[in-house]
Design a protein around this ligand. Structure first.
Ligand SMILES: NC(=O)c1ccc[n+]([C@@H]2O[C@H](COP(=O)([O-])OP(=O)(O)OC[C@H]3O[C@@H](n4cnc5c(N)ncnc54)[C@H](O)[C@@H]3O)[C@@H](O)[C@H]2O)c1
Ligand SMILES: [Zn+2]
Ligand SMILES: [Zn+2]
Length: 382
């Protein structure tokens, strides 16, 4: 089959690879009909994720059609149209029993913090991902769901990561009616977080980025106020000014470890890899939230970190909440919002790229060219 294959930082190709096989009775093989490239894939692409092995296939946002099921699979059959959450999880361990699907204890022999993630390096279990014609889906009775027949493919695709993660970011913010919610990052996750904040009662939503075309989307799609941080000497001061000098009630970090905004931090982390990542967005969140407020972190960070303003967070009495999104937990509410027309996830899709041209897709998304927001990948076998 054709699959995206990692060859080293900034080097990916489409190669012929042996198609996946059923390895366990509860596996399914899914023929991928649509995949996406996520901001998280860029951390792999830039060589920032430990133990990203040459030959690995990325892709943790995908939908498809069941091609084959293992002997113990009961909930799926060949021909089913399925959406697959980016988490791989057992469904029965201590953590899964508490809805912490992204922290499953049984699926990742390489780490105790994070569970399994499709196509996200051996640090996250070493499972090949869905930027390919076929993918192996372990615990097939647990993760995937049938795509409701009224739901369009691209909407279902975005329900496998970007949308539930944005929604989760807003949820973690513990938003109370009337709250001012600031969202750092106007990528897919930030846009969905901003939109979701309204569902949870926000009274004001402010999105911060430095890419004007994305801020424009934040205004039109998420009805947010916007701040371009490149236009201000100190964006924290600007955020304070616009919130009566108190700070926002909730700040959501939808940027993560590759934040721009401070050259020294960006170069020493993302480029020279002298520290685990740039803490800029996280520090802006800590600085611009009000005392006693909540910082919700869904932007991804590497395991070791430095230069975080932890003391300030402590002295301000902040609540810091964070996690990889437990995707399936969000589905019932998200399905309702989509069905009722409150939300059209595919509104943020800007590029539809054949799998054969995925290297170009990564380049465009990484360099933020051509007004890209969300690139979707279309395998030819679909
Ligand atoms: N927790 C989870 O489960 C989960 C799931 C999906 C993605 N993520 C993470 O969420 C983050 C965003 O993903 P995405 O797909 O939207 O990525 P993206 O790269 O499309 O968007 C990131 C945005 O942040 C902006 N940005 C950079 N520095 C900034 C700063 N200092 N302040 C404000 N904005 C800044 C960029 O210009 C860009 O628009 C990534 O770190 C990704 O790994 C986490
Ligand atoms: Zn992702
Ligand atoms: Zn589990």
């Amino acid at each position: 089959m054709k699959a995206m294959v990692y060859r080293g930082p900034y080097k990916i190709r489409v190669e012929e690879k042996a198609p996946p096989r059923i390895e366990h009775p509860n596996d399914a093989i899914v023929r991928v009909t649509l995949a996406a490239i996520c901001g998280s894939d860029l951390h792999l692409y830039h060589g920032l994720m430990p133990d990203t092995r040459v030959g690995h296939t990325f892709g943790h946002e995908f939908i498809g059609v069941v091609e084959e099921v293992g002997s113990s699979v009961q909930n799926l059959q060949r021909g089913d149209r399925v959406m697959v959450p980016f988490n791989i999880y057992c469904g029965t361990c201590f953590f899964c029993a508490r809805g912490l699907y992204s922290n499953c204890h049984n699926v990742n022999p390489n780490a105790t913090a994070v569970g399994g993630i499709y196509g996200y390096s051996h640090t996250c279990g070493g499972y090949d991902g869905g930027q390919a014609e076929f993918v192996r889906v372990p615990f097939a009775d647990v993760g995937p769901s049938l795509i409701p027949e009224w739901m369009e493919d691209e909407d279902a695709l975005l329900c496998t990561d970007a949308l539930p993660t944005g929604y989760f970011g807003a949820q973690l913010g513990n938003i109370v009616e009337g709250d001012t919610v600031a969202v750092l990052g106007a990528g897919p996750v930030g846009l969905f977080a901003a939109k979701s904040a309204w569902f949870m009662g926000a009274g004001r939503v402010i999105v911060i980025d430095h890419l004007d075309y994305r801020l424009e989307k934040a205004r039109s799609f998420a009805h947010a106020e916007t701040i371009n941080f490149a236009e201000h000497d100190d964006v924290v001061v600007e955020m304070k000014k616009t919130t009566g000098y108190l700070g926002a009630d909730v700040v959501i970090d939808a940027v993560g470890a590759e934040a721009d905004g401070n050259l020294l931090q960006h170069v020493s982390s993302a480029k020279l890899k002298l520290q685990g990542g740039s803490p800029i967005a996280l520090n802006w969140a800590i600085d611009s939230v009000r005392k006693g407020g909540t910082v919700s972190v869904v932007g991804a960070y590497g395991p070791l970190f430095s230069a975080v303003k932890f003391g300030d967070a402590m002295n301000k009495g902040l609540t810091l909440t964070m996690n990889q999104c437990p995707v399936k937990r969000q589905w019932p509410r998200l399905f309702e919002h989509i069905r009722n027309g409150h939300l059209k996830p595919s509104d943020i899709v800007t590029h539809r790229i054949p799998l054969e041209h995925i290297a170009e897709g990564y380049h465009i998304f990484s360099a933020k060219l051509d007004h890209v927001i969300k690139p979707v990948v279309v395998p030819s076998a679909s």
